[in-house]
Design a protein around this ligand. Sequence first.
Ligand code: TMP
Length: 200
Amino acid sequence: MSKFITFEGVDGAGKSTHLAWFADTLRQRGVDVVVTREPGGTPLGEQLREMLLNQAMSIGTEAMLMFAARMEHIEQVIKPALRSGKWVISDRFSDASFAYQGGGRNMDWNRLKQLELWVHPDLQPDLTLFFDVPVEVARQRLANNVSLDRFEQEQSDFFERVRAGYHRRVQENPQRYAVIDAARTLEQVKQQLEKIIVSL
Ligand code: TMP
């Protein structure tokens, strides 16, 4: 049975490192896994990503481009893979739009729900791993990066709102999420993930 799993968290939470390990571990257990990301995952989506991460734009444009990239991603990558029985692991999905555009940029939550309903009325992740970490810890982890994109350059208050946006999403639909304490060491986080893999 195919599964759609998403990884979420503020920049610096460490989700991408853990995603690679998580996918490898599933593969070792014989699961056919497709790893992908948002914004991106298709040629057009990657072009939109380039713009979204580097070019200034209005909040509404930002939200709609995120969902435009997502629509391509769903039609071209996610749904075909799920239909053929594969597991899809995406580094971010719609929760990121609620957290970043809704929380971070204060965009109207219901307007985002309308976009979500339009773009994927019949698709939600089976499971979302939310890497939760205090903003100051995430900021410290990003401090070593040489170049920061348009989102990573935001200040702590932006990331506090992003984190609150994620918490709001979790509260709205708690059964879909596994909340990972990402402030712990890599080893401790892996132990949390191992338990999830066993349960899957
Ligand atoms: P990444 O750094 O995890 O690859 O994600 C790229 C950035 O895009 C990250 O800072 C979060 C942001 N983003 C949004 O603002 N809204 C979205 O819907 C998605 C998918 C990502």
